[in-house]
Design a binder for this molecule. Structure first.
Ligand code: BG6
Length: 510
């Protein structure tokens, strides 16, 4: 194993977050047990959870503080990503309360206020409140309004009040705008944290470091050297038990304006003036804003959508999407989408960005592949070379966390023979990071008021603006052009054709 030549920079963030009370709406749901509490637990182990901390769950179902605490306590070992240490468990679950109530009902907020007053007195959380909306999306605006109207989210006496909104933030441009307008009518932008869990991934956060902490890449990070970019978020998972949600959503809405565009923005943004939330978010929003909006015909030409048919994924039989429970038998919802997008700015003019994502594919693989231009002169034309390897810089996001460079080398021997070779940096060879849920940094940042990993209203709306023409074009003729692909394959043939038209091909899904 080779270590790099640089010592790690000191962990400037390694201080416990501000004292606070975390209020989770929709607290009895999966997210709390599976991700939020295990993430809080990891923060406690790392010494990053504030000493003065309390957790209040709000949900409809009847329960008590004791029963809720016991429930969280029992499920933690099941979902924790590290061994259980009782001291750390106590730091997370020492002060747990439960407020039973309908989030649409004023009375719930009265009860919540009483609990907050009591806990803030007893636990010295200094009035800092983090409201986490882990509810179905229909709850975001009403809960936000109630928090505003009841004064619970008003920042006063030096205390901060923040609201985390889960995904999806809207279902199209109009609804995202309306939600932003509603929330910004009652809260300040600096209080709103719109979560995109892709930004919690180390490999995603590293894209900015790769680009801006190295002098190596920036000079070639443009249309003079880069020929095209492929962003792949392939999942082997099927829709499974999420039929009702998924059939109303589809792959485009579920993955593109959020996760794929976050990857695209990090790859394509200009260097921000500072590594600070507003500077970074402004650059990300700006590059999304520079993506060409497609006309109706362009949207049909530059997008492929498809549904999976039955097949085998990782040797398991998979039923066709239309046979999934809660999916309409004649559904036209796409489980796969591929897009070709162009960015109208000086850095990226004429460099296509190809995006694809889908369910029930051959394997889980998220990567960004940057294809550099071929060498300008075919100097080795007469050598026995079928085809020179293409120069790719590949940023592996998951499950292979790595960065690789693919290039040509001379195959040892008396004659000139050329073969494709690769160099790969693997995170696991260099860093001993403990497994995490991916929510630790996001929650911690929210507790210290750093919104660098949270998209701002303009970034969210820019994302929806780009996908809206595709949504519109498909709505007009839902069945036209809907392709299909075998579960366990690399996706539909139409997606290959999208690149073949430009003389290109997708990288294989591993
Ligand atoms: C979620 C989508 O936001 O992201 C899911 O709703 C998808 O459909 C998931 O499976 C993918 O996340 P990850 O971290 O497994 O790539």
């Amino acid at each position: 194993m080779t270590r790099g030549n640089g010592a790690a920079t000191p962990n400037a963030a390694a201080r416990p977050a501000d004292p606070c009370c975390l209020v989770i709406f929709g607290a009895t749901g999966d997210l709390t047990h599976r991700l939020l509490v295990p993430a809080l637990y990891n923060l406690a182990v790392e010494g990053l959870l504030p000493r003065a901390f309390a957790l209040i769950g709000v949900a409809r179902s009847p329960s008590s503080s004791e029963a809720f605490a016991a429930d969280l306590r029992n499920s933690l070992p099941k979902f924790a990503t590290r061994d259980i240490d009782e001291v750390a468990v106590r730091r997370v679950l020492d002060c747990v309360a439960y407020v039973q109530g309908d989030p649409d009902d004023d009375g719930t907020y009265g009860k919540l206020r009483r609990e907050l007053d009591r806990i803030e007195r007893e636990r010295a959380t200094q009035g800092n409140r983090l409201f986490y909306l882990a509810t179905p999306p229909a709850g975001f605006a009403p809960i936000g309004c109630h928090l505003g109207e009841s004064g619970l989210a008003r920042e006063e006496n030096g205390a901060w009040r923040r609201v985390v909104i889960e995904k999806p933030f809207g279902t199209d441009l109009a609804s995202a705008r309306a939600l932003n307008r509603k929330l910004l009518g009652i809260l300040h932008e600096h209080q709103i944290f719109r979560i995109d869990h892709y930004l919690g991934k180390e490999t995603v956060q590293n894209i900015m470091v790769l680009r801006f902490a190295n002098g190596l890449f920036e000079p070639i990070w443009n249309r003079h050297h880069i020929e095209h970019v492929q962003i792949t978020v392939a999942e082997s998972l099927t829709v499974g038990r999420r039929g009702a949600y998924y059939d109303a959503t589809g792959a485009l809405r579920d993955m593109v304006p959020n996760h794929l565009f976050q990857l695209l923005a990090l790859i394509a943004m200009e260097p921000p003036a500072r590594f600070a939330a507003d500077a970074v978010r402004a650059e990300k929003a700006q590059v999304l804003d520079a993506i060409q909006l497609q006309s109706h015909d362009e949207a049909l030409r530059n997008a492929v959508r498809a549904q999976y048919d039955h097949g085998y994924v990782e040797n398991r039989p998979v039923e066709a999407y239309r046979e999934t429970p809660d999916v309409k038998p004649d559904s036209t919802t796409e489980t796969y989408v591929a897009l070709k997008l162009m960015i109208d700015n000086w850095r990226w003019a004429n460099v296509p960005f190809y995006l694809r994502t889908g369910k029930a594919l051959r394997a889980k693989q998220t990567e960004v592949a940057i294809k550099f231009k071929q060498a300008p002169v075919a100097m080795f034309r007469d050598m026995p070379v079928d085809r020179l390897a293409e120069n790719f810089l590949v940023i592996g996001i998951q499950p292979n966390e790595c960065i690789g460079l693919e290039f040509n080398a001379k195959i040892p021997g008396p004659s000139i023979r050329i073969g494709g070779v690769g160099m790969t940096f693997k995170y696991q060879d260099y860093f001993d990071a403990a497994p995490s849920t991916g929510y630790e940094t996001l929650i911690y940042d929210c507790m210290i008021g750093d919104a660098i990993l949270y998209p701002r209203a303009d970034g969210i709306e820019a994302g929806w603006r780009i996908v809206q023409p595709f949504l519109d074009a498909w709505r007009e003729a839902p069945a036209d052009g809907l392709a299909s692909y075998r579960a366990g394959s690399d996706g539909p043939k139409d997606a290959d054709d999208l690149l073949a038209r430009d003389g290109r091909r997708w990288r294989p899904i591993a």
